[in-house]
Ligand binder design. Sequence first.
Ligand code: UD1
Length: 420
Amino acid sequence: MDYLRIQGPTKLSGTVTISGAKNAALPLITLALLAHNPLKITNMPEVADIKTLLKLLQNLGASCTLQNHVLNVDTSTVNHTMANYDIVKTMRASILVLGPLLARFGHCEVSLPGGCAIGQRPIDLHLKALEQMGAQITIHAGYVHALAPEGLKGAHIIFDKITVTGTANIVMAAALAHGKTVLVNCAKEPEVVQLCEILRDSGIDITGIGTSELTIIGTGGKTIDMVDFEVIPDRIEAGTYLCAGAITNSTITLERVRPDHLDAVTAKLEQMGCRVECGETTMTIHPAERLKHVDIITQEYPAFPTDMQAQFMALATLSSGTSIIEERLFENRFMHVSELQRLGADIKLNGHTAMVTGGSPLFGADVMATDLRASSALVLAAMTAEGTTNVHRIYHLDRGYENLEQKLQALGASIERLKE
Ligand code: UD1
């Protein structure tokens, strides 16, 4: 197993190019299941989660080649409808094949993802919505068996909770359903918006894009003549590099970003005393003279993202005063707390709230990555800690950060990948 060795404290400088968004690319790859033509998708991040999903599509019979961030995918040859446990257990987002497979073939079998490090993460809202569209759903031997032999029917669906992959799954199902589907209380994340825009650009009648209510007129089972497209930049990777500048007291510039997708993150950095300068596709972080404490509540977009909570916690360990960080989306997303404490951070947990008192010096130690974003928080903290930090179990990082250590090395960090 690989681990990262980081020497701190470090100062960064220069420019980093942000990759395509993993969380946009995942549903967009499964969207290809609705296309009858081969597709070319550019700015595809080359990270483990994407490779896992491509393997799943290949198992279904699709042909996929990913080279130099360009994915060519042809799903006209798909002849299986089963997403098996071996793949789904490694990546929950595999559930995104459920809506498209059912809509296109009238049946499919998808392994239940199970829980994960940050919480229980049920898929009940995906299943309930498909049932409202006429699907018969049974759970047997760890698999969701979904049937809609006459095709899915448009429905009026109100999501009990805002769900990102749930919205994406049902939007894709609705695109091939018979008649009109109205989805209420949808996710408005940029990744969902891009999915809807591509459907619209491919001729699907879809309105309300970017709002919490979407109306979609389905094709009645006909596959779609889909346009080629480019994956939007990864706002979470971008936010992580902004934090890298802030935590190492460095000025760095990000290229190929969408600053408007990072408004909530930028606002918090500015409250902490940093200055963020935005161009059309660039962002430069100027560090604070003295980082101020900040209060954060994670919520759905456009509010502050849960996927940036751990990185801001690392940042808060350096600030003056006490920061209150409340996690509202996932019940167990504080696994990084005990690892940050190993580096010397002063953090007290009370249910869904963490109190981070800044100013205690951090010292290098051996720490364990527990999930994707928690891992990046440990890397950030390690860059300011005195001495050597070894971050173990970095397969979590490889799931979602493209070339993290090369990008940080190019900015001047002392970071290397070693084998246990
Ligand atoms: C997506 C992102 C993930 C991010 C999360 C929240 C992808 C691939 N992943 O995950 O990085 O952290 O959004 O922004 O895009 N819920 C239910 N029942 C359901 C579905 C969700 O109770 O059927 C709950 C979840 O347990 C959670 C909340 O709703 O508490 C939000 O989850 P959801 O938006 O679905 O997260 P994901 O789409 O899995």
